[in-house]
Design a protein around this ligand. Structure first.
Ligand code: GLV
Ligand code: MN
Ligand code: MN
Length: 406
């Protein structure tokens, strides 16, 4: 299976940052080049490729009973700024490798097997995660999508059309019987498998994410001339909110509550000018929806208090607030059986990261296959899973697909 490792290495060069870091943002030239590379490889082995109106890409291996609902697998190839080369990509190119492997066995699937490259699992460009799978599941409507803007103020629709993706946004949504089952291969992005010296994780639950955009407007002014008692510094209000984000997650009753202010910008960004505006993007998640929602409510309350105290105008936009996903018990069992049959050690586990499977699970029986991440590191250039670990994941995926598609 040397091939997949070479392919992942080639893919990592479709990046706007220098190798080994990877930056591949939705609808940029790097993203488009990477998609072309993927489609070429799919066509080489005879898969029928279809691209929807927003770039979700389906590569189908027709089964002997094509009238039956297909079995889906896949993941994403977009990469957040300065990240690594395995997040998402292992599920896309691993899915391709699994199909090649099954073809090499002369296996003929009864149900079609469809490999999906989801458009933008990462929230980099439009702030919302799982854009492609969210629309596929109907959780983001065409009307909502049309309102999305990127940081430069460009509208989603203009940007997708400029990237060459045309067609009716209403056609992106999948019907509820489109897939018989969906299985996503992914790196764990955490330390549990490595710590316990296990080969394969089978996911039974995916944590519930939410994203807040907070905009603050205070009063700018001269850093020397405006004395402290009369300031309305949006930057300091933002800093206080950032501290509250951390505290609220730490104080939560659930140890799985995590909250991150991943973006914090101030304007006008001049050393001798009081910040007039601040912009924060906050990611808040939990495996437990009650404690996640409590943390969200606490945070909104604190933002209101901080802004009132500092005489700052503010707006809070709750961009997404998703429920956790429960995976399908039978499918979890099937994937576990596949891994065990190959002699691999396994663990059924929760995913703290979100994935396109969060949305596939809303429509179809779904699970995920995890492989270890070195030192539990992800979203960093030193993210690493070894060729052997990837191969084990591919084998497990292949046999799971074989079982479910037979
Ligand atoms: C996905 O990349 C996530 O942030 O969980
Ligand atoms: Mn990611
Ligand atoms: Mn991912």
């Amino acid at each position: 299976m040397n091939r997949i490792h070479q392919e992942l290495d080639t893919l990592a060069r479709f990046s706007s940052s220098e190798f080994p870091s990877v930056t591949r943002v939705l609808y940029t030239q790097e993203d488009l080049n990477a998609r072309d590379y993927f489609i070429g490889l799919c066509e080489e082995i005879g898969l029928k490729v279809r691209v929807d109106a927003i770039g979700n890409t389906y590569a189908r291996w027709e089964g002997t009973a094509p009238e039956l609902a297909a079995v889906g697998t896949g993941s994403h190839i977009d990469a957040i700024p300065l990240s690594g080369q395995y997040d998402g990509t292992v599920g896309v190119f691993g899915g391709l490798e699994a199909i090649r492997y099954l073809k090499s066995l002369d296996f003929k699937p009864k149900r079609s097997i469809e490999l999906v490259l989801f458009t933008a699992e990462e929230p980099t460009r439009f702030a919302i995660g799982c854009l492609g799978s969210r629309m596929m599941s109907g959780q983001l409507t065409p009307e909502q999508a049309l309102k999305l803007k990127d940081k430069e103020g460009g509208f989603f629709n203009d940007i997708r059309e400029a990237a060459g993706f045309k067609g009716d946004l209403n056609d992106v949504k999948l019907s509820e019987n489109y897939y018989h089952a969906f299985v996503e291969l992914h790196i764990e992005q955490g330390p549990r498998l490595e710590k316990e010296n296990l080969d394969i994780g089978i996911v039974d639950k995916i944590a519930a994410p939410s994203t807040l955009i907070v905009k603050l407007i205070g009063e700018g002014g001269h850093a020397g001339a405006v004395l402290m008692p009369i300031r309305k510094d949006a930057g300091v209000a933002g800093a206080e909110i950032m501290m509250a984000v951390e505290r609220i997650a730490k104080d939560s009753e659930s140890e799985d509550t995590v909250a991150t202010t991943g973006i914090f910008d101030i304007l006008p960004r001049a050393v001798n000018s009081i910040p007039k505006e601040a912009y924060l993007e906050i990611d808040l998640r939990d495996t437990n929806i009650e404690t996640r929602d409590k943390a969200l409510a606490d945070l909104k309350q604190e933002i209101a208090e901080i802004c009132e105290k500092r005489h700052i105008k503010y707006s809070i936009e709750l961009l997404n607030c998703d429920p956790p996903a429960t995976c399908d018990e039978n499918l979890v069992h099937t994937a576990e059986k596949a891994a065990k049959g190959l002699g691999y050690s396994t663990k059924v586990m929760t995913s703290h990261a979100y994935h396109d499977s969060l949305f596939m699970a809303q429509l179809f029986p779904t699970t995920m296959i995890f492989i270890p991440s070195k030192d539990g590191v992800s979203h960093r250039p030193d993210e690493y899973s070894s060729p052997e670990e990837i191969d084990k994941g591919v084998q497990t995926l292949a046999l799971t697909l074989k079982d479910v598609a037979s």
